[in-house]
Write a protein that binds this ligand. Structure first.
Ligand code: HEM
Length: 154
């Protein structure tokens, strides 16, 4: 049972990384684009990837928590540390990434009675260091989570 749950956890990690890799790549790639239709298409791709991200996170969570429950280590320090790290990274994603990219998609579509964003306004909004910030926070989170999983300190 334990082995199957660990396998589910690792499959979840792989699904998460593959799906979120799309958003990571798009975040950096769109900054060099000048055609609003191309930017909208790339952001659409990222939104599709983001849906699969939740499937990966669900498998990762069920497998990881299940394996920890079977091993009786749900409250051991490395597991508690991983809940904290994941909560911080998710909080940062919802605060820094989601509003910006959702807002940009809506602005490019021209929803809410507003005309679609023109090229100059779009280029101005794309001038942001958000991808670097997300990569720093999310990348550190991934490294720390993997270290906690492998080294099990404490
Ligand atoms: C443990 C690591 C990470 C977790 C758990 C995580 C989780 C999430 C979640 C839950 C979302 C919200 C998706 C939505 O709006 O529905 C998101 C969005 C996003 N994340 Fe991460 N993320 C991580 C690492 C990273 C890294 C390393 C980057 C690198 C740039 C990144 C870039 C983004 C971007 C660009 C979005 C917005 C996607 C969009 O709406 O198109 N994330 N992340």
């Amino acid at each position: 049972m334990y082995g199957w749950l660990v396998a589910l956890h690792l499959v979840g990690l792989a699904v998460f990384l593959l799906a979120h890799g799309v958003s990571m790549w798009v975040a950096f790639r769109v900054r060099g684009e000048r055609d609003p239709r191309v930017v909208a298409a790339l952001l659409g791709l990222s939104a599709h990837g983001a849906r699969v991200v939740y499937l990966g996170l669900a498998l990762l969570g069920v497998g990881g928590l299940g394996a920890a429950a079977v091993a009786g280590s749900l409250t051991r320090p490395w597991n508690v540390a991983s809940y904290v790290v994941l909560t911080i990274v998710l909080g940062a994603m919802f605060a820094i990434a989601s509003p910006y990219y959702h807002g940009l998609r809506s602005a490019l579509d021209g929803t809410g009675g507003e005309p679609p964003l023109d090229e100059d306004a779009m280029v101005a909004r794309l001038r942001t260091r958000r991808p670097e910030l997300l990569a720093a926070i999310g990348g550190s989170g991934i490294v720390v989570l993997i270290l906690l999983m492998v080294l099990k300190p404490g």
